[in-house]
Design a protein around this ligand. Structure first.
Ligand code: HT7
Ligand code: ZN
Length: 759
């Protein structure tokens, strides 16, 4: 925090309260000022000098030194202050805003890596254009600079006119970056750029309002990515990540309202709840008001609050003003922690052609009792044997959405000619857990017939989850047959979607569905067996797809969504075949690895091989490391893949990797790659019964805590679900948490997470 050096480059990180480490200041977000910054440095050491705003003067100081003066005319809080000085190369281009302002946009990177910044620069230009079209927001300075540094605690930072990035989210080439990396670069460049309005022009009154800028900006970057890529595929990705990170947080000891009521250390509140559930609230608001009123509300919010430090109330007031709606009940989403449950039961009267759905919402609070109801938009439809029943209607459903604002309610559809399967929470219209007891046959009807792509995917997830929790070879055969029909009919038309349908719920998601005494080994085995079953049953189809999706010889790599989708299905097919026949799979993956022309295919093949013990795997890993010895971001992938191997030998492997010359505890990306991937991505080994996994992470926290408390505290959050584990593992986790607690001089960051986790 404050001013620091990353690989010889001076840079700053002031959010949330780092500016006070640079100079005395009233370091609160509601204290706004106009800044003029004069930076002076040794010319050889720091030929590039960057600050907020526009460059107004440069000059020499004696023979060896020089200076630059930057002026930012927009009043801002200190957390948006930034400066950079160092040896950097750049790529740049011009953009003219909708109000005619010429802007020079540049991306600065380590000299020699300039060609790898082209995609990020292109994403800057696309973000600027999109915010004008989608939200009417134009850029407001003469320059927009992005700087990539290699030591960064988070993804990036939205300093006014001078965004500073973790280089992982800037640098990309087909040889070093996967399709996922390209998509993440596009999304994070957009996210930081969009903060220029949602965060910078309108900032937060205090840190309790963090979701005001983060939830809104995540929503905006999600919309951008959906417009750039496939909307349904992106939505499924958003929900997978919400369920993987936010739902467990909301169910564990670190749960907190989207607008927290109290904090000991604000750095610990840059959470999935503030960011991702915060974005879901904005999405629900749009669903409730409709796209037009939502856009009018956003315009009103900017008009009323430009140049101000605002609150969640100011945000909601803008929407209430334009729509005439009372949003006071909706505001409860910001205050109530936990994921609501929505239980639904259905009754059908064939004689009357009437179908009733009964809804009951619940969200037990601290006292164990439900509070006042939330406002839950439920997008829905009814699906018959050969498709959606469009003639069925209910007076309570408008534009396909029913708004549940009571604890319990019933709605009735008339004109229902056959018993339907309800398709509820279409497009995941609210961040709730749905209790809707469907049979496999009903879910498979949704997979085949629903018009909502999200619920088609959800139906496949539901069947697989049931089969992981309650294995049954006969039902697995029926599921494989349904998947086979789906693949035959649709896989080549939308490969990215098909790849998602084939992907089973993660071990974490399966654990989340178990009420208590979670045994990660049992979940791992059951999930592995189901993959093997499907891989065997679908083998010939998957091999045909593999062949059909092979790129033409000599075809150039392109990161566009359609090409990425074809790669993802082809790689998913390989992985599933390998689960069914590991020997043949290993040979095929090794072949794919040798012939790969881009990092997406290479890493996917290595990932498949990593799950198959043996010589082929070890040789492939050694060759990969040798090939990319000088590529830190690729080596991170190599560390991460090995940390996630679900085998008893992984702990030993991690010990070896920790003494690998490329491992360093001082680089946040490297620590996250090895120890973070182990803690968050290897459930069976992190929660080993002998406690070895917990102690490895605890030891890392202990070493890291004084130098980088933020990263140490984040690692500690991996212990968040210890209470749900079966007793012996839970006891080992507590032992290690208490061991950390006893470390003298523990940072406030780690102490806060510990206190709440043990709490
Ligand atoms: N607003 C930025 C948050 C951030 C941050 C917070 C605490 C410590 C370090 C940090 N680096 C960046 C990033 C964002 O969400 O846009
Ligand atoms: Zn942000």
């Amino acid at each position: 925090m404050g001013l620091y050096r990353s690989s010889g480059v001076y840079c700053t990180q002031c959010e949330a309260d780092g500016f006070r480490r640079i100079t005395y200041f009233l370091d609160r977000p509601d204290v706004m000022a106009v800044y003029t910054t004069r930076i002076e440095a040794d010319r050889a050491e720091a030929p590039v000098l960057l600050g907020n705003g526009n460059l107004v003067e440069t000059g020499s100081v004696g023979a060896d030194r020089h200076f630059a003066v930057w002026h930012d005319p927009h009043p801002k809080p200190a957390y948006l202050f930034a400066l950079v000085g160092g040896r950097l190369g750049k790529v740049e281009t011009r953009f003219t805003t909708m109000d005619g302002r010429p802007v020079t946009c540049a991306v600065y990177v380590e000299p020699g890596k300039e060609p790898r910044a082209d995609y990020a620069l292109d994403a800057v230009i696309r973000s600027m254009a999109w915010d004008e079209t989608a939200f009417g927001r134009a850029y407001d300075l003469d320059v927009f600079n992005v700087v990539a540094v290699s030591d960064f605690n988070m993804g990036a930072m939205e300093n006014k006119g001078l965004n500073i990035f973790n280089d992982k989210y800037v640098l990309a080439s087909p040889e070093t970056a996967t399709d996922g990396d390209y998509a993440a670069i596009e999304a994070i460049i957009a996210h930081e750029y969009f903060h220029n309005w949602s965060g910078n022009r309108v900032t937060c009154r205090d840190w309790f309002q963090l979701c005001l800028k983060e939830g809104l900006t995540v929503f905006r970057d999600q919309e951008f990515s959906s417009d750039m890529r496939s909307r349904p595929v992106h939505r499924i990705g958003e929900v997978r990540s919400l369920r993987a990170r936010q739902f467990p947080e909301d169910a564990g000891p670190l749960r907190h309202p989207v607008r927290p009521r109290a904090y000991a250390e604000i750095n610990n509140f840059y959470t999935a709840t503030v960011y991702d559930k915060g974005a879901e609230i904005v999405r629900m608001l749009r669903t409730l008001l409709g796209a037009e009123a939502f856009r009018a509300g956003m315009d009103r919010y900017y008009a009323d609050n430009d140049g101000r430090a605002a609150t969640v109330e100011d945000f909601l007031a803008a929407f209430a003003a334009v729509s005439g709606r009372d949003l006071s009940a909706f505001a409860r989403w910001y205050e109530r922690p936990g994921t609501p449950r929505l239980a639904v039961t259905a009754t059908y009267d064939p004689a009357a052609g009437r179908y009733a759905l009964r809804f009951a919402q619940s969200l037990p609070g601290e006292a164990g009792r439900d509070g006042p109801p939330l406002v839950i938009p439920v997008a829905l439809g009814l699906v018959g044997a050969s498709g959606p029943l469009t003639e069925a209607s209910s007076p309570d459903v408008r534009d396909g959405v029913y708004v549940l604002d009571r604890a319990e309610a019933e709605i009735v559809f008339e004109g229902v000619s056959e018993e339907p399967v309800p398709s509820l929470l279409r497009d995941f219209s609210a961040p709730v857990r749905l209790d809707l007891p469907l049979s496999d046959t009903q879910s498979m009807r949704l997979l085949a017939q629903d018009s909502d792509p999200f619920n088609r995917w959800q139906a496949a997830q539901d069947v697989s989850l049931r089969l992981i929790l309650d294995p049954d070879p006969g039902r697995a055969d029926a599921f494989a047959a349904a998947l086979g029909r789906f693949l035959d009919d649709e896989a080549l038309a939308d490969p990215a979607f098909a790849a998602l349908v084939l992907a089973l719920p993660s071990e974490g998601e399966a654990a989340d569905a178990v009420p208590s005494d979670v045994d990660p080994d049992a979940i791992h085995r059951a999930r592995h067996d189901l993959r093997a079953h499907l891989g065997t049953a679908l083998r010939s189809r998957l091999e045909r797809l593999d062949a059909a999706l092979a790129p033409a010889a000599g075809a150039a790599y392109s990161p566009d969504a359609a090409s990425a989708g074809r790669r993802s299905l082809r790689n998913a097919a390989l992985d599933l075949v390998a689960a069914g026949d590991p020997e043949a799979g290993a040979a095929r993956a090794a072949e794919r690895l040798a012939g790969a022309t881009n990092m997406t295919d290479r890493l996917a093949a290595l990932g498949t091989l990593a799950l198959i013990p043996g010589e082929t795997r070890e040789t492939a890993l050694a060759e990969f490391a040798a090939r990319y010895a000088d590529e830190p971001l690729v080596l991170d992938k190599w560390f991460a893949i090995q940390a996630q191997i679900p085998e008893a030998g992984t702990l030993e492997r991690i010990t070896r990797l920790q003494s690998h010359p490329a491992f360093t505890i001082t680089n946040p990306n490297r620590v996250r790659a090895l120890i973070g991937s182990f803690a968050f991505g290897n459930p069976t080994q992190f929660t080993r019964k002998d406690g070895g996994g917990f102690s490895r992470v605890a030891e890392t926290v202990a070493v890291l805590d004084s130098a980088n408390p933020q990263v140490a505290a984040r690692l500690l959050t991996a212990f968040g679900s210890w209470r749900r584990l079966e007793k012996s593992r839970a006891a080992k986790a507590v032992e290690m948490l208490n061991w950390i607690k006893a470390i003298p001089g523990l940072s406030r960051d780690s102490a806060d997470i510990l206190a709440r986790t043990l709490g």
